[in-house]
Design a protein around this ligand. Structure first.
Ligand code: CS2
Ligand code: MG
Length: 404
């Protein structure tokens, strides 16, 4: 079998997505997601201008050699643009392989090790009462695991919380990045124990609770947060610090038993090999699209399994249904699956990307369609062309540039 063509589609049914379609001489095609939120066109160029010409004529079954060729062959390795582009190709080739085998992808990754995939949703409130209301609402929808983000008293606008009456969405369509977010570590740290105390008081011990710090603390501040939240038994605290320095986590780990998750911005095993082998984290969040594809992320998951680190894949709305489909098959197959993030797409996105997976009562199901069970409606997608959109930027209350 041969790869005969490959095309990149950029569409914006409410938000931007970059989708790769790889065609073969046997009429079977595969899909890959190449969406890098706020930097979409850089990945399009990397694919179209540099690497797609190199895969035409190759045998799509050669996923390992093609991945190594794209990773090693560029000389310039790693980074989100490169790895998202390579990921899209790798995903599409696995989709083709599974379709040719007439099997759902999970049967090629180890088969089923579970019947259903535990997911967590996002409860976001503008203040404490609103956040409690949102947690209650998601509990009614059947979610067993809920990520809790709240507006912080004294801070106008923070990560993960939408202005009243709107739905939270990471990237905002605007001329330039939104600068209205502002940050005060002191106010945040003072509020977090009150927030989780209130959630436990209202809903009891049963819910699995998660929280995302979005890279804003220093290691010692993160250690304090983990320690002070211990009585509320969180499922995890995510991205408390920026993670370029893996040693950061030694200090945090020394002080707290609250489980730690990190990795949505990681692109290769080298971003987390120390975190995993020193058992400094409990969940690795690097997922298929930004982690270079199924081929390398499978290796990372197997490496993590040896150290009892579980997967907890990133699943925000900026990852397209193509990634979600592939991730759910992966979650079904790997032994050390932990949890999957689920931030449902708008109905229009689901129309552009019809899929076999579904949510029911706190869990997701990958479906039994061949490949990873996601398709792409090119005609409908063409009605929604790319629109420039940025992630917000964040400053401290005194104007210092900080991590968003
Ligand atoms: C977040 C994301 O889902 C998460 O845990 O950290 O919303 C993240 O901010 C976006 O994916 C950025 O594109
Ligand atoms: Mg996150």
């Amino acid at each position: 079998m041969k790869i005969t063509d490959a095309k990149v589609f950029v569409c914006s049914p409410g938000r931007n997505f970059v989708t790769l379609k790889v065609y073969t001489d046997e009429g079977v095609y595969g899909l890959g997601d190449a969406t890098l939120n706020g930097r979409e066109k850089a990945v399009v160029s990397y694919l179209e201008d540099y690497i797609l010409p190199c895969i035409i004529g190759r045998n799509p079954y050669d996923t390992e050699d093609i991945w190594q060729y794209l990773y090693r062959g560029a000389y310039w390795r790693r980074g989100p643009v490169t790895m998202s582009a390579i990921a899209a190709i790798d995903m599409a080739l696995w989709d083709i392989r599974a379709k040719c085998a007439g099997q759902p992808l999970y049967n090629l990754l180890g088969g089923r090790t579970r019947d259903r995939v535990l997911v967590y949703c996002h409860a976001n409130g503008t203040d404490l009462p609103h956040t409690l209301e949102e947690v209650g609402r998601y509990r009614e929808l059947g979610y067993r695991a809920i990520r809790v983000q709240s507006g912080i008293p004294g801070i106008d606008h923070t990560y993960g919380v939408a202005p009243a009456g709107t739905k939270y969405e990471p990237a905002i369509r605007a001329g330039l990045p939104d600068e209205s977010a502002c940050w005060s570590t002191e106010k945040y740290l003072a509020f977090m124990p009150r927030l989780f105390q209130a959630v436990r008081d209202r809903f009891g011990e049963d819910l699995l609770l998660l929280h995302d710090g979005h890279h804003r603390l220093t290691p010692i501040e993160a250690a304090r947060l983990g320690k002070e939240l211990e009585p509320f038994h969180l499922f995890w605290l995510e991205d408390l610090v920026q993670a370029e320095l893996q040693e950061n986590f030694r200090l945090i780990r020394r002080h707290t038993t609250t489980p730690l998750a990190v990795g949505e911005v990681f692109n290769t095993i080298y971003d987390c090999q120390q975190l995993i082998s020193e058992q400094l984290i409990d969940y690795i969040r690097m997922t298929i699209v930004h982690g270079g594809g199924i081929t390398p992320v499978l290796k990372t998951a197997h490496f993590a399994e040896m150290y009892m680190v579980k997967t907890g894949f990133h699943g925000a709305t900026d990852l397209s249904p193509v990634t979600m489909g592939a991730a759910l098959h992966f979650d079904t197959a790997v032994h050390n699956f932990g949890i999957q993030e689920h931030m449902p797409h708008e109905p229009l996105v689901d129309e552009v990307f019809p899929h076999a997976y579904h949510y029911a009562d706190g869990y997701m199901y990958p479906g039994d369609a061949v490949g990873f069970g996601v398709d792409f409606d090119e005609k409908l997608a063409a009605k929604y062309p790319y629109q420039r959109a940025y992630l917000p930027v964040n400053r401290k209350t005194d104007g210092t540039m900080w991590n968003w």
